[in-house]
Design a protein around this ligand. Structure first.
Ligand code: NDP
Ligand code: OXD
Length: 314
């Protein structure tokens, strides 16, 4: 019934304190310390964990991912076939929705132009389209994609989403499966990527697909925004499209290699906003409460929520 944490590049002590306050009768330890009784550890809380942790804890019953994304676990050959719970939480969802709306409005309202004009002391207006003239396409209409799509719809944008299975959401056009991807891209002025990294989404946003985004839209060129995972995009294709003007702009929070190497050409584009994987940070208080709620459900014999389907990888 004890819990071990294996978190990389995260302030583990803070998480241990929060979890311990919520579960005072359990031993909660860091994998980095000597785990006092590995036989008694039933729960693992992980973010990019040390792969050795799985074999060392023979009685694990549930694995919790610190993130909404689970590719940091599913990519490990050592991952045991156990229930894997990911984060779905209102705090995380609203943080992501804020980031997506902020980046969308930034491009929609041509803020790059106005920021450059301010630097040069230029007072000059530019024609800006209404939200209803701009077609947004959200790749991945799950927890985060759907919340972002609804928020953008409420601002008046024309919104569609693409997912593996069709959706029926009022006011949001649904495209599903590989067969409908081209049609979805061909009607999209601002492409927002909130896909998980799975075997079927690797480099899904590539040169060929970027070229399908219309040049004739109300913004005067397509915009690409990604806060899902870097592995789902071809960074060289994005670099080329930004340099040639095929992409009018981009906002990128996630990259194939993080931190983004200094040698990446993406840093240099004036029309590309880069944030360091901060679109939706995991809040220790909100998410500790979530994990503890799941542990209590499990121990009462209730079903765990937000289980990952290990066959599809998300
Ligand atoms: P969900 O699992 O709720 O949603 C995933 C969506 O992607 C679903 O709509 C799913 O389709 C769709 N999808 C998956 N594979 C395919 C495919 N092959 N073709 C078409 N659609 C596909 O995940 P969340 O919305 O909670 O999170 C999305 C991702 O956001 C996470 O996996 C993580 O990588 C990233 N993330 C990034 C953060 C950041 O700070 N940058 C923070 C948190 C998460 P269907 O609905 O049919 O199943
Ligand atoms: C997550 C993330 O998956 O922060 O939650 O990327």
């Amino acid at each position: 019934m004890n819990l071990v944490l294996s978190l990389t590049n995260v302030n583990e002590a803070e998480w241990i304190d929060r979890l311990q306050a919520l579960l005072p009768d359990r031993k909660i330890e860091s994998w980095k310390s000597d785990v006092s009784d590995p036989q008694k550890v039933e729960y693992l809380f992980a973010w990019k964990p040390d792969p050795a942790v799985f074999a060392a804890l023979p009685n694990l019953k549930v694995i919790f991912s610190l993130g909404a994304g689970v590719d940091h676990l599913t990519s490990l050959p050592q991952l045991p076939h156990l229930p894997l719970v990911r984060i779905v939480d209102a705090d995380l969802t609203s943080r992501m929705t804020e980031w997506v709306v902020f980046q969308t409005l930034f491009h929609h309202r041509d803020h790059l132009i106005f920021a450059a004009q301010q630097e040069a002391g230029i007072w000059k207006d530019h024609k800006q389209p209404a939200a209803k003239e701009v077609r947004i396409g959200v790749l991945g209409l799950g927890e985060l994609g759907l919340s972002s799509a609804k928020a953008l719809k409420s601002l008046g944008f024309e919104v569609a989403g693409w997912s593996r299975t069709p959706k029926n959401v009022e006011g949001i056009q649904s495209f599903a499966g590989d067969d409908q991807l081209d049609a979805f891209l061909k009607r999209t002025d601002i492409l927002i990527n909130l896909l998980p990294s799975t075997p079927t989404t690797q480099k899904l946003v590539n040169a060929e697909r970027l070229a399908m985004l219309p040049q004739s839209g109300a913004l005067g060129g397509p915009v690409y925004i990604n806060a899902g995972r870097g592995a789902t995009q071809d960074e060289a294709a994005i670099d080329t499209a930004l340099a040639s003007g095929q992409l009018k702009g981009a906002s990128l929070d996630v990259f194939a290699v993080e931190p983004l190497p200094q040698t990446s050409p993406l840093w240099k584009h004036k029309n590309c906003i880069i944030t360091p994987h901060v679109a939706a940070p995991s809040d220790p208080q909100a998410l500790s409460e979530y994990v503890v709620r799941q542990i209590k459900r499990f121990e009462k014999g209730e079903p765990l929520e937000n289980l990952v389907d290990l066959e599809v990888g998300y």
